[in-house]
Design a protein around this ligand. Structure first.
Ligand code: HH2
Length: 255
């Protein structure tokens, strides 16, 4: 899954693809580089980001890009039911919700169409989630949350075949929490749905390497490979070409 953020403030590519033509061109480049799916986000969820983008503004950023990429498999990264509905109407293949469809009306918005959905775990909210993340057993708690969300969306009429889950690396988690989840990712297989992992350029990699966002490519690939080896079926990445090469080597060896 290649990431295209149509935002002024995303932590890694904010401002670069705010112009629809630039976003469309970048998405096409990522597909050429080997992406199977493009994740379009029009609201930043970076730690500390204030949730100030209205649904109207999010749609104003998103719709020209969605319409320019109708021929591609698209995922739309949003927490807002209005945006989910519009994205599904425009033909989006997947809704990627860092809030796991917990907003009022979100489950119904997705249930009404036939798009896939990614349910992600997040402790707290983006504006405060990194202040004091706390868990007894992070793996068990994240897994129980995802299990509950799968049951909830299933009860609302979303077939499990449409569902993907994500432990939400960096969303209300310390470096040690993120590492613990990565180490034990295999335990999520028993949820019975495909697993998505997003480590690309994240601050935990900066903590390990001491490198700023622009210099985390090698670390991002290492984390992506470990996630793939531990059962992740989808990898959310900014650097598609390089990640693809690394995955081809892993595949050649046999996982
Ligand atoms: N991470 C980000 C955004 N959306 N969705 C899923 N399912 N999993 C993730 O790990 C994930 C996500 C954060 O990264 P980015 O899009 O680069 O930045 P921003 O949120 O600032 O736009």
């Amino acid at each position: 899954m290649g990431v295209v953020n149509i935002t002024p403030d995303s932590f890694s590519d904010g401002g670069r693809y705010l112009d629809p033509a630039a976003a469309i061109a970048h998405a096409r480049t990522l597909m050429d580089e080997g992406a199977d799916l493009i994740d379009l986000g029009a609201e930043s969820s970076r730690p500390g980001a204030a949730a100030v983008v209205s649904a109207d503004e999010e749609l104003r950023r998103l719709l020209p890009v969605l319409r320019g990429l109708r021929d591609l498999p698209l995922s739309v990264d949003t927490v807002k039911p209005e945006v989910m509905r519009a994205a599904i109407t425009e033909g989006a293949s997947m809704i990627n919700d860092i809030n796991a469809l917990r907003a009022p009306g979100a489950v119904e918005a997705v249930a009404a169409g036939d798009a896939a959905v990614c349910l992600m775990h997040m402790q707290g909210r983006p504006d405060s989630m990194q202040q004091q993340p706390r868990y007894g057993d992070v793996v068990a708690e994240v897994k129980a949350f995802l299990q509950e969300r799968i049951a909830c969306v299933h009860a609302a009429g979303i077939a499990v075949e449409r569902v993907v889950v994500d432990p939400g690396f960096g969303f209300g988690k310390t470096l040690e929490h993120n590492l613990e989840l990565l180490r034990h990712l295999r335990q999520f297989a028993s949820l019975g749905v495909p697993l998505l992992a997003g480590w690309s350029r994240k601050s935990s990699l900066g903590k390990i390497t001491g490198k700023p966002e622009g210099e985390r490519l090698a670390a991002s690939i290492a984390a992506a490979l470990i996630a793939a080896q531990n059962g992740a079926a989808l990898l959310r990445v900014h650097d598609v070409a390089q990640t693809r090469d690394a995955l081809l080597v892993l595949e050649a060896v046999g996982k």
